[in-house]
Ligand binder design. Structure first.
Ligand code: ADP
Ligand code: MG
Length: 394
């Protein structure tokens, strides 16, 4: 990786301002899924052990002035404190006198959590004033929030932009994400197979284009396959189709030839519901009143055969509506195939794809499950992420 990390700076006794991704689900004042908090622990623990004064900041949800209380960071501080086994002081502001006082009182090894950065209107606008106030709290800036690195906000990019002299380095999570996704982009071991699915193509055209150029095969399932099947002139009934992407899909099919592999059979449903009636049909036999909600068993077998030869696999987008158990089999079957690959690098990216792999209980069996949905896709598209761009070169 061509960026400095926390290992490259002397943090002892320093005020280290760390942008983490603590955007976790909260219900009745409790964190219901602490995966993202756990993902940030290696960096936080390292900084504590080195005797840094650890100042953490993150956004949480999309707070509005009317419903702010639901988005306070207190439940996160509580959970983090349990996971670290030490106190975490939480302040009720992002910047200002209360924060400055708390920072001034910190001892080496202390952990302080700032309030939700999005309580400050300047956060999303990347307001230089807010960025300057945040920068004033720090001797060193660390970005460990890969999942937010595609946004140029005050806490992800602004702090370094207004203070170019402030050392800015990657945390361990950021480092791992950049390394693993970087491996996919540059010199993947071949065969390199990409599996794409999910709901919309319009969001993913850039990634598809880029990956089509890099991969040996691109297996397409999920809602994305419907658009391709329709582009080929097949009846897809009431299936989810991205009408605006049909021309693009046709172009991809022409240019990519047999690099693109589409489903040969699908699971169709009579309506969009968990208890819908379901049947498996060949792709050219979709009844006009039905909709495709999963890939079929022959497709799974065909995809599996290709995947078993692969040395590098990148997967984004579920193969079907895995939220409904009846239509989850395609997605889980592909997850199992990836889990069983022994000599391949397997990287899963995308919010729902990561959730599916987690639900299947197979996340540990992948080489890497990215914590960043949008960020991972933009990175793979070849875009420079603002939160990465600001980090000091190694
Ligand atoms: P990710 O978050 O991994 O990038 P997306 O957000 O693009 O993935 O897509 C995930 C969603 O796609 C899931 O909610 C899933 O139900 C939906 N989906 C997958 N296949 C289909 C399908 N055939 N029809 C409708 N929705 C689908
Ligand atoms: Mg999603």
């Amino acid at each position: 990786m061509n960026k400095k990390t926390v290992r490259d700076v002397d943090v002892t006794g320093k005020r280290v301002l760390v942008r983490v991704d603590f955007n976790v689900p909260i219900q009745d004042g409790e964190v219901t899924d602490d995966t993202r908090i756990r993902a940030a622990l290696p960096t936080i623990q390292y900084l504590i052990e080195k005797g840094a004064k650890v100042i953490l900041m993150s956004h949480l949800g999309r707070p509005k002035p009317e419903n702010r209380d639901q988005f306070k960071m207190d439940p996160v501080a509580k959970r983090l404190s349990e996971l670290l086994g030490r106190p975490v002081k939480k302040v009720d502001a992002v910047v200002g006198p209360e924060v400055e006082k708390a920072v001034a009182e910190m001892q080496p090894g202390d952990v302080l959590l700032l309030e939700n950065t999005r309580f400050e209107p300047g956060e999303r606008k990347n307001d230089p004033d807010l960025a300057r106030k945040l920068a004033a709290l720090a001797d060193i800036y660390v970005n460990d929030a890969f999942g937010s690195a595609h946004r140029a906000h005050a806490s992800t990019a602004g702090v370094k932009q207004v203070r170019p002299d402030l050392p800015a380095v990657a945390g361990f999570l950021m480092e791992r994400e950049l390394e693993m996704l970087g491996k996919v982009l540059s010199n993947p071991e071949r065969p390199f197979v990409v599996v794409l699915g999910g709901a919309k193509i319009s969001d993913k055209i850039g990634v598809l284009e880029r990956l089509l150029g890099l991969a040996d095969r691109v297996l397409i399932g999920g809602g994305m396959a419907n658009t391709f099947l329709k582009a080929k002139g097949l009846e897809v009934g009431k299936s989810l189709v991205d009408e605006e992407a049909l021309d693009e899909a046709r172009r991809f099919l022409e240019e990519a030839g047999d690099k693109i592999v589409l489903p040969v059979d699908v699971v169709v449903a009579d309506r969009f519901a968990a208890d819908a009636e379901a049947q498996v049909v060949p792709v050219d036999r979709v009844p006009p009143d039905w909709m495709i909600l999963d890939i079929g068993p022959k497709t799974v077998e065909q995809f599996a055969e290709i995947l078993r030869q692969a040395r590098t696999v990148f997967w984004n987008g579920p193969m079907g509506v895995f939220e409904f158990p009846r239509f989850a089999e395609g997605t889980f079957a592909i997850a199992r195939v990836l889990a069983e690959l022994e000599d391949a690098v397997t990287v899963v990216g995308g919010g729902d794809s990561a959730a599916a792999v987690q639900q299947a209980g197979l996340a540990d069996k992948m080489t890497h499950v990215s914590t960043g949905g949008g960020a991972a896709l933009e990175f793979l598209e070849g875009k420079e992420l603002p939160g990465v761009a600001v980090l000091d070169p190694a």
